[in-house]
Ligand binder design. Structure first.
Ligand code: ADP
Length: 545
């Protein structure tokens, strides 16, 4: 017998087609780089994406398989560029503007970026590196004629002029769903950055999985603001999942400070939003300083990319009546892997423990934890080991084979994270394998210590790294940024942590700093902290030595 269903390839443009047909009058709101708030609808977006696709083919010669670089904020022109390029079989390669120059040129050359689309903000960055770019054919500046800057960039095109030469009646070509359509490099902590390549099919499947009620629960009744940038891990799928579900889309552009985010959340009546903890820290600080301001429409905040401290969940839930959905994922996973929502049957006590975990896998993700020899460990919430994942939105290899074979014998990818899995399927990250503190042959979770320390009322940010110790190999050093106007003592911080963790997990020392360094994706840079505290002598180590 043969299955008799139609062959309907999972292509990204079908998402926008659907938004246009069934949610055509729904608004897309963008804070523009030029200043004003821009508003139009999904129908407008779809028409302009087809115009751009037509013009990109005719005027720039972009064809199936070509890689197109973008360096842009979350805004309507960036969305149009994604759909236009992917729709004609091109590969959109998003670049993070916070990368160092050497990484940026390496990545652009390694990916063979041809045409490059950029926001006005980033003209100076590209001007500075253009002579080192081997494959770039020219630059499309994402603005209109009136705002075109003076620039030394060679072969410059004005986005609006280009688009105006295309036909909105353009018909998307028929493509194979397995072709590449998106690319994003991971911040290679060992060796060079590595290219993750998404397919049309993986993006569509991943978006469908993330729309589910126990995942992001995106629907046409929501107003959604992805603060997570489109250049960070596929914008957690929201460039696809939101049009797919027909929700109103709010794109925050370049301004991500507390006041600007608050303004969009309230004026656009956002119900669902998503970003890394650093963004929410800025918003909560802004709200604390302005106690009369509330968030009446906000119902859910997705927090991921780094562990969400319990104190942050409490702040949103108790002070603003917004539910936090803690999420975990990575660029190599499209990126969403797990989301923390309440499983029926959990008692309030059980949920109190579970809700701070990174959550349960969404459909399409399989998970296991293993020891160093690849043996599967118990799902008892206690054993922790290498977190391994498998699914249609998970990388099978890196671009150009970098890093060799990245899968185990069963096809699972090693996330580089260390975690537990419990009886109810909740996964909890205890560390990145390279950040875990190895003390006397046992592992101490730096994330657990950080989450605990940040609950101290006078602490804004906390980081824990392992410092060499003559007897125990490594001991934890707690690094603290105090809240403005506060100067907590080492004793008060340690007393706050005492009794909440095993005695031998207690930080050996507390160092106070003005600022903790962050990576290009807003994570605490343990690498730079380790450099900063290289040779740090713990008081107890001196006693042993
Ligand atoms: P980059 O490493 O370039 O910043 P990713 O977003 O791909 O980009 O990083 C993925 C990593 O971020 C994960 O492997 C994990 O270590 C960390 N991470 C993501 N979400 C969480 C979370 N909710 N809790 C703890 N760690 C997280």
């Amino acid at each position: 017998m043969k299955a008799l269903m139609q062959d309907w390839p999972l292509l990204v443009h079908t998402v926008l087609d659907h938004a246009e047909t069934y949610h055509g009058d729904v608004e897309v709101v963008s804070r523009t780089v030029e200043g004003p708030i821009h508003r139009y609808t999904y129908a407008d977006m779809a028409g302009r994406a087809r115009q751009l696709a037509d013009a990109a083919q005719k005027k720039l010669g972009i064809k199936e398989g070509d890689v197109v670089g973008t360096m842009a904020w979350n805004g309507y022109r960036h969305m149009e560029t994604w759909y236009a390029v992917m729709g004609i079989g091109g590969v959109v390669h998003t670049l993070n503007p916070r990368l160092f120059t050497e990484q940026l040129t390496y990545i652009i050359n390694h990916a063979d970026d041809g045409w490059f689309f950029l926001d006005l903000t980033f003209v100076p960055i590209l001007e500075a590196v253009q002579d080192q770019l081997d494959t770039v054919k020219g630059f499309v500046i994402m603005t209109d004629r009136a705002h075109m800057p003076e620039t030394t960039l060679k072969n410059v095109v004005c986005y609006e002029e280009l688009l105006s030469e295309g036909d909105a009646g353009f018909v998307w070509p028929k493509l194979d769903e397995t072709i590449p359509c998106g690319m994003c490099y991971t911040s290679g902590t060992t060796g060079n950055p590595k290219g993750v390549v998404y397919s049309q099919r993986s993006n569509v499947l991943h978006a469908m999985a993330t729309c589910a009620a126990d995942a992001l629960g995106v629907s046409s009744r929501e107003t959604i603001m992805p603060v997570v940038p489109m250049f960070h891990a596929n914008a957690w799928s929201m460039a696809f999942s939101v049009p797919m579900s027909g929700g109103k889309l709010v794109l925050p552009g370049a301004q991500m400070d507390g006041a600007s985010i608050f303004e969009l959340l309230t004026e656009e009546k956002v119900t669902l939003t998503a970003a890394v903890p650093t963004i929410w820290l800025m918003l909560l600080q802004y709200l604390e300083a302005n106690p009369a301001k509330k968030l009446p429409d906000l119902s859910r905040v997705v927090i991921g990319g780094a562990a969400c401290p319990e104190s942050m969940m409490d702040a949103f839930e108790q002070n603003y009546d917004a539910q936090v959905i803690h999420a975990w994922g990575m660029t190599e996973m499209s990126p969403l892997g797990s989301l923390c929502t309440r499983k029926p049957g959990l008692s309030d006590e059980e949920w109190k423990v579970a809700r701070v975990k990174q959550g349960r896998p969404a459909y399409t993700i399989e998970m296991k934890i293993t020891d160093d020899d690849g043996n599967v460990l118990a799902n008892d919430g206690k054993a922790f080991g290498h977190l391994m994942v498998r699914g249609p939105g998970v990388s099978s290899a890196y671009h150009k084979g970098e890093g060799g074979n990245i899968l185990d014998d069963e096809g699972f990818f090693d996330t580089g994270d260390v975690s537990t899995l419990d009886e109810n399927g909740y996964m909890q990250i205890t560390d990145r394998s390279k950040d875990v503190i190895k003390s006397g042959g046992e592992w101490i979770s730096s994330i657990d210590l950080e989450n605990l320390a940040i609950g101290h009322p006078e602490v804004t940010e906390a980081a824990v790294i392992g410092v060499a110790h003559p007897k125990w190999d490594e001991r934890p050093l707690l690094i603290i940024v105090a809240k403005e106007g506060c100067s907590p003592s080492q004793e008060s911080i340690l007393a706050f942590m005492e009794g909440k963790i095993a005695k031998w997990w207690m930080p050996e020392d507390v160092a106070f700093v003005e600022e903790i360094p962050h990576t290009a994706t807003g994570k605490i840079s343990k690498l730079r902290l380790r450099e900063q505290f290289k040779g740090y002598e713990l008081a107890s180590a001196k006693a042993v030595g």
